[in-house]
Design a protein around this ligand. Sequence first.
Ligand SMILES: Cc1cc2nc3c(=O)[nH]c(=O)nc-3n(C[C@H](O)[C@H](O)[C@H](O)COP(=O)(O)OP(=O)(O)OC[C@H]3O[C@@H](n4cnc5c(N)ncnc54)[C@H](O)[C@@H]3O)c2cc1C
Length: 438
Amino acid sequence: MSQEESFDVVIVGAGVLGVATAYYIQKNSPEKTVLIVDRYLAAGQANTAMSAAAVRNMFASSTNQLLTDTSIKYFEHVQNEIGYDLLFEKCGYLWLLSDIQFNNDSVKTWMERMERSGISYHVYNKQELKEMIPGLNVDFEGDEEAELMNLQEVSWGLFGADCGVLDPTRLVEYYLEEFKKICHEKPRFGVDVQELLLEADPKLDLPGEPYVWQKKKVTGVKANKGILKAETVVLATGAWANELLDPIGIDSQTKAKKRQLFVVHAEHKEDLKSVLFSNGFNKYGCIPFTILPSAGVYFRPQLQELGFWIGCGDKEGRAYKYVQSDEDLVPEGIYYENSIYPVLSKYFPAFEDTRPTNSWAGGYCYSPDRIPFVYKKCGVLVVNGASGSGIMKADALARIADALLRGEEVTELFGGKHISSTALGQTDRDIEVESVVI
Ligand SMILES: Cc1cc2nc3c(=O)[nH]c(=O)nc-3n(C[C@H](O)[C@H](O)[C@H](O)COP(=O)(O)OP(=O)(O)OC[C@H]3O[C@@H](n4cnc5c(N)ncnc54)[C@H](O)[C@@H]3O)c2cc1C
């Protein structure tokens, strides 16, 4: 534990945000020594690997629209121009909405803002949806159970053709491989950071520094493998940000919440296969990533597995945690059984009698306004609070973090779009609050 090493930048966390940030920092500052560390034994093993890895530019906040639209276009560029297969499939996103939801002011604002930003979408009516999605139940007339469950009937579909799904592991590998081609320091795994080292700036070598009247700076980290000193420490620890920021008095303003995914196969169920292969939405001839009108239930089509990944954006009733704990990584079969399944099988009776063959759990790292944070405080650069959409915003957030580190006031995102480098900060935050959170 006596070992001490020095670097220009130490990045804590090798999830998608950590590795993408490492890549842009090293690319734009080739002379700097950039070290990535993670307590896991490989990159992208925590919440990045647990994600549904769906990507959408259909947000209500123009901030999120910009972050996602430019990131998604970069992912397309990586896959189509650079030739690195991210398994990115533009299967689309489909929100199934009731009449009340569709005519709600917030959905109107959402659509208006998408039009203003040039985000394309299409509205399907009930008849069209019935024709395109075999087995979609759009009639709850006289269904007492549906009434008891507060389920709203499907009347409309809001569809985004530029959205889709990808493989988060491939995305992490892409950034990491690119980083490794240009880096001076190989990423290190099994490195558990226990503490951020906060020191007086400048140091006066007085006992008990730093005092309240002194400026303070994080000068490195204390880890299980020794002290790693750095000019800048980047914190990309997602749902664990508070573990390291709280002890030095920095409020991350983020909270974690458990999220789970359940896999259901359609292989031996013809009616469920027909749902999976709902035609007319995309070139794969499959149902898009679909969000039901009620209870926050959604699914991702999974063509390789001939099935679905099913999740639920549970709100009240699911605890916010300050830090993601081990129990948050255990999926609950009973949750699928009692909460998700009854809703799913009402809208899609083809799911009746199906049971998950696999499941896993991770955590969202929520910010209060559902817009990510990228800011520098006391020498620590924090990238987090992606609020369940960190995969789809990864490229933009990493470019902003790099621009902040280099002192650039404005960040150029992929495709030549721009954002103020401090727009996602804690103090001079310049954002539109997000309302379309799944
Ligand atoms: C079920 C589920 C579904 C999701 N679906 C989607 C989706 O469809 N689309 C989308 O865009 N996003 C989705 N997300 C969110 C997405 O996964 C996250 O926003 C994204 O992975 C955040 O990346 P990250 O790098 O911040 O976090 P992580 O991948 O969690 O990485 C943080 C890393 O920091 C490391 N770490 C933490 N503390 C320390 C320490 N003290 N020392 C060393 N290492 C440390 C961890 O080991 C970890 O590897 C989903 C998440 C879940 C759980």
